[in-house]
Design a protein. Structure first.
Length: 422
């Protein structure tokens, strides 16, 4: 076919087709539904996404439907447009101290605090939080050990810190250095939603190091880290030893570094006045105390502890470490199928039963051999005991009557001891 004829035909078609057709053909993307347009826009940089707002009236607010944005606080100083944007669930924000003035940082911080983001990624070139007294860090992924350490140390008046870690948070050794910190909670949520098994977690080389000379309150729930070191702990008053050691930390005759680490941890908290020991920790002590008994806690006056049927025999040995104990809250955890099992008679008398223990409360008390043995032990051996409080596991008057009858029949070493049911 002659080329001249083709050119003529194409020219005639362009002349005959209306201009509206060409505009529609050129703007095919505008005919797509908002949801699909938003998916397309996700492939563009945030700066280009915002620029589409000038295309037309429809596009003016379309970018606000994007669920993910990456912003530079310097290039996007005004977040007012995002105030009522309910669909934004992932935000990556970069803040630079030398570029963004303090009011700008404050505005963004206030905005972030009001939003419920599913994923928030913050990039700080440097951090300074001179007025922050309370900080909660939960389920975060950090750039490095040094990044988290710098964040904590930048809070020059920080008093209350809670860190809830998770698997693959990029932290090998958690370091907490603070001259002002008075309360610290360290937790490590391992498993569950992490969808991993123990073999994937490498404990070797991991650790927690705390250097806070004004620290008064410590709650420790990290049994995954390989080492735990607390220094300058002279101000510690109250400690919750919930999850500190793993079964792999149990002492043996060969692993002296491990034994030293465990011994040093308990020695570093031995000046506290109040302590709570979980069942998990008691199970560890069951494995460990054969080689390394606890140090003396001479200042400890209040203790809460949970035992099981399997480690109840440790009760006298544990109390031996608290020579000035005045108040004890005791709880026995057991399987319902084994409640009727007989337990070994508790016989040895630690120093605190002879001179200082005035109050014992047994929580979730029921008329099972183990609970009755514990109650008998304190009634018959405590010289200065003023009250034994039995917090009934079941509100059954008949059981309570028979328990009280049996206990009142026991010889009481303290003439002032009262036995109370509640």
């Amino acid at each position: 076919m002659d080329e001249g004829f083709l050119e003529f035909k194409e020219r005639r078609m362009r002349e005959q087709w209306p201009e509206l057709y060409w505009r529609a053909r050129a703007d095919m993307i505008s005919k797509l539904p908002d949801s699909l347009v938003c998916q397309i826009l996700l492939y563009l940089p945030t700066k280009e996404i915002v620029r589409t707002s000038v295309l037309s009236k429809r596009w003016k607010s379309l970018w606000l439907l994007i669920p993910e944005l990456s912003l530079d606080a310097n290039q996007f100083p005004n977040h007012n447009a995002l105030e009522h944007k309910s669909c934004l669930h992932k935000l990556k924000l970069s803040i630079r101290k030398d570029v963004n003035d303090p009011p700008c940082v404050t505005r963004w911080t206030d905005f972030l605090a009001r939003r419920n983001f599913s994923i928030l990624m913050l990039s700080f070139e440097s951090v300074s939080l001179p007025c922050l007294k309370t900080m909660r860090l939960e389920h975060n992924v950090y750039a490095s050990d040094a990044g988290l350490e710098s964040l904590i140390s930048s809070c020059t008046v920080l008093e209350d810190l809670s860190i809830v870690r998770m698997f693959k948070d990029n932290i090998k050794v958690l370091r907490v250095h603070s001259q002002t910190l008075t309360s610290l909670h360290v937790d490590y949520l391992f498993g569950g939603d992490d969808d991993i098994d123990d073999d994937e977690f490498v404990r070797k080389g991991t650790g927690v190091m705390v250097d806070a000379p004004r620290l008064k309150y410590l709650k420790f729930e990290d049994d995954q880290s390989d080492s735990k070191i607390i220094t300058n702990s002279g101000s510690l008053a109250k400690v919750n030893v919930a999850y500190v050691f793993h079964e792999h930390d149990a002492a043996d005759e060969v692993d002296l570094p491990k034994r030293n680490m465990v011994r040093n941890f308990f020695t570093s908290i031995s000046g506290v006045r109040e302590m709570k020991i979980s069942l998990h920790t008691m199970e560890f002590l069951d494995l460990n105390m054969e080689y390394d008994p606890l140090p003396l806690f001479c200042n400890l006056s209040h203790l809460k502890v949970t035992f099981s049927l399997f480690n109840l025999y440790l009760l006298p040995a544990l109390l031996e470490s608290f020579p000035n104990l005045k108040s004890l809250v005791f709880m026995l955890d057991y399987f319902p199928s084994r409640v009727e099992e007989a337990v070994a008679r508790l016989s040895s008398t630690p120093r605190c039963l002879l001179s200082s223990l005035e109050s014992v409360k047994i929580k979730s008390f029921s008329r099972v051999p183990a609970n009755m043995e514990v109650a008998r032990y304190f009634v018959e051996n405590s010289v200065v005991l003023k009250k034994l409080v039995l917090n009934l596991r079941f509100s059954m008057l008949e059981d309570g009557f028979y328990m009280l009858r049996d206990l009142l029949a026991l010889p009481r070493r303290s003439r002032t001891c009262q036995i109370l049911l509640c």
